[in-house]
Design a protein around this ligand. Sequence first.
Ligand code: CUA
Length: 376
Amino acid sequence: MPAELYRLARALSTPESTPDSPPEEQRPAHQKHPLARMLMIGVIASVIGVLICLQIDWFPTQGSTQADKIDTLYDVLLIVSVPIFVLVMTVAIYCVIAFRAKPGERGDGAHIHGNTKLEVIWVTIPFIIVSSLAAYGWVVLDDIEARQDSELVVNVTGEQFAWSFDYPEEKVKSNELVLPVDRPVHFKIHAKDVLHSFWVPAFRMKQDAVPGIETNTRVTPSQEGTYPVVCAELCGIGHSTMRQQVRVVPTGEWEAWVQDRLEGGDAPEEGEDPRAAGREIFTSAGCNACHTLDDADATAAVGPDLNMLAAVAEDRERDTTAEEYVREAIVDPPAFVVDGYDGGTMPGNFGDQLTPEEIDTLVQYLLGLSQTESGN
Ligand code: CUA
């Protein structure tokens, strides 16, 4: 048996179990105890590992008052877990290199029979670490999810493959999430079909949307800007396209937006380009999550390609005009299903989420586009 292995076995086991091991004094003075050497390498590697991890910019903008505490918690988790990973890997790699069998050596390894002291230590220390982190996480969560005064309530509904938002006090529905800056928001989250997960990475808070129950989360947006709203639960073929936007705006601008929604929404105003207005609705309503449309830079393929919509609408053998057909396709998707697609995929609530003026604008936009293109 190599002398190194003897020494490690001695270090790890009770003295009685290796009575024939060479006495400590036999080690040359310049040679460190293998355990001490391993520990030294591990500590140095841990410090380097922690420093590298803390240099990495893990998160997007801190868009809410919750973000700072979450990020600090994450840093603490890194500081604790990186050394554990590094120490385990150091022991493993060190042992593989230092104690590998010499060529031709075929004997048994050291017979080690447990070490109560060591076992008590390696159970107690992780227990203390995990319990402390759990307590810390609990305190942080309790703090950032606390109910606050003058909360804005927003109902969030997830379905394959779009989010929709409903402001019950303002009596406004929208496919775009718009929030006033610095006002606490209480999200009440629902799902219509399968599990989804409502997540605004800039706000840090993430909550599952579960059919049949209401889940909750709270954030206070603290920074104006536009951030992605994503679905963080694999929910079907269009999961990766289930992305929308949240706009955090000054309170006055938010109030104006609410007023605008109450008065008909994004319909083109005097002098506004109807095509730009249509494109805006197409994107903010989340149509781009499932459909391809060149004019709106949309490339998704869950639903039919809308570039050729006018031609498809013309070809239909039905007593409806192209406008009526497109309108029906938006508010009642299963009424006519394009070959090769599933009629149950598109949400059936666009008729509620969009105002009649918005639907008009969208219909004209979609038909106008392909007519312009086919006319070229
Ligand atoms: Cu909804 Cu993934």
